[in-house]
Design a protein around this ligand. Structure first.
Ligand code: NZQ
Ligand code: ZN
Length: 407
């Protein structure tokens, strides 16, 4: 195991009916901006619950900013940042999924980057994003009410921002944007369309994979924890498809997705975010849902990088898919075991209704060149746990992803 520091200051408030706790969690005299998405929070009544809780016994002044898109748009967030300054906001309350929370984190970081006329500087904000927002040293406090389990944004300090005009979807991270608290009410997820539920399960699954499927460093806690999270996502992902109203299943999915990307399983181990980095380009060029880009790319990442990931792929086959290496009394060779694990993974995604190839998303080999160009433009040229996978490797991954290899 490598040396590490682990720091996670996010207060999690988990359970049905917990939105009322906002009355205690948000400072009494705060000037609050509630941020939300395209309308689901209003439709489902969640926003009303939030408004009521914030109004309870307090001097808070509450403003609202709606319309943050899935894959939150830079230009929209600049308007939110202007609103922050206009109303002297000192607390952001994100009500929604990863897009609203990520977008609010970005607003929290960049609203102090103003031009001479007092408006938020689009140029400075863009420049900050292109250097991962690492150098920003102040941010507005933020809390979250999570409505879709998927990204882990509710318990981490990262985010991903889309800038359509520049065809860029870029990640950032800054410890100042750990939420002060996140409310996780599993009942809020019952209104999600099936597509979003399945997207969330797959996104969380692949967050675990990106922190696990590298090479062994004898990190027993991280490995066993990661394998457990993967097994829970497999069983609960299939369970929620068959029984979407089961609140116990929703609880387990919600907490698993949070644990998948709150930093814990990534401590002291190598990580490989290749699938995400290629996936971001697929979203920015073709508008494919984040999780679906990942299920398209991951099987080909596993196949292309099978040699460097061999030990972990064999461990994954054994511990997650119970492939014991013997079939009808015969010992299977390592390549066969690994291919079985990859096919099981693809079949799991398919059972959730997710694509596993570019063809499944109605794309063909002509999609590859533009994606590779964008990876280059975004300096994604040394991917992988050894930072050695150049554009030729990404190209081969995409070539493998054109059609599914599984029968
Ligand atoms: O916009 P509204 O109307 O609210 O509808 C949303 C949206 O259309 C809807 N929705 C959310 N909660 C709902 C609901 N509909 C009905 N009932 C509810 N309770 O679901 C749709 C998707 O929402 P979104 O926030 O986009 O989904 P998700 O949480 O999957 O977030 C995806 C974004 O997070 C980024 C992705 O790149 C993507 O931009 N990620 C952030 C990460 C992080 N911060 O650590 C890591 C991830 O890898 C991921 O990259
Ligand atoms: Zn993700």
């Amino acid at each position: 195991m490598k040396n590490f520091q682990y720091y996670n200051p996010v207060r999690i408030v988990f359970g049905e009916g917990q939105i009322e706790k906002l009355a205690d969690l948000v400072p009494n005299d705060a000037r609050v901006l509630i941020t939300y998405g395209g309308g689901s929070a209003e439709r489902t009544g969640t926003l009303d619950e939030v408004r009521t809780a914030l109004a309870a016994n307090s001097n808070r002044e509450v403003f609202e900013f709606g319309g943050i898109e899935p894959n939150p748009e830079f230009t929209t967030l600049m308007k939110a940042a202007d609103k922050v300054n206009e109303h002297d906001i000192d607390f952001l309350l994100a009500v929604g999924g990863g897009s609203v929370i990520d977008g609010s984190k970005f607003v929290a970081l960049v609203s102090s980057l103003t031009d001479a006329d007092g408006s938020v500087s689009r140029d400075k904000a863009w420049e900050a994003l292109t250097s991962y927002c690492k150098n920003i040293d102040s941010a507005i406090d933020l809390g979250a009410v999570l409505t879709i389990p998927a990204t882990g944004s509710e318990m981490n300090s990262g985010g991903v921002i889309n800038y359509s005009e520049r065809q860029a979807k870029l990640p950032f991270g800054n410890p100042l944007t750990f939420p002060k608290f996140s409310i996780l009410d599993p009942a809020k997820t019952l209104t999600l369309p099936e597509r979003q539920v399945m997207n969330g399960v797959a996104d969380a699954f692949i967050h675990v994979i990106e922190q696990y499927l590298t090479y062994p460093v004898n990190a027993k806690v991280q490995d066993a924890f990661a394998e457990s999270l993967l097994k829970i996502l497999i069983s609960e992902g299939l369970a929620v498809k068959n029984d979407p109203n089961n609140i116990e299943t929703r609880k387990n999915i919600m907490w698993t997705a949070t644990m998948a990307l709150n930093g814990l399983i990534g401590t002291g181990v190598p990580q490989d975010w290749t699938t995400h980095m290629i996936g971001h380009e697929l979203t920015s060029l073709h508008g494919i849902d984040h999780a679906r880009t990942l299920t398209i790319v991951l099987p080909s990442v596993m196949r292309e990088l099978k040699d460097s990931k061999k030990d972990k792929l064999l461990q994954y086959a054994r511990n997650v898919w119970n492939i014991d290496g013997a079939e009808q009394g015969q010992q299977l060779d390592e390549d066969t075991i690994i291919e079985m694990a990859i096919v099981y993974t693809e079949n799991f995604f398919r059972e959730l209704g997710l694509p596993v190839s570019l063809a499944d998303a109605e794309l063909d080999e002509s999609a590859i060149d533009p994606i590779v160009k964008q990876l280059e433009a975004h300096q994604m040229v040394k991917l992988g746990e050894h930072s050695k996978n150049d554009l030729s490797v990404s190209r081969r991954i995409l070539e493998r992803a054109v059609t599914s290899k599984a029968s």
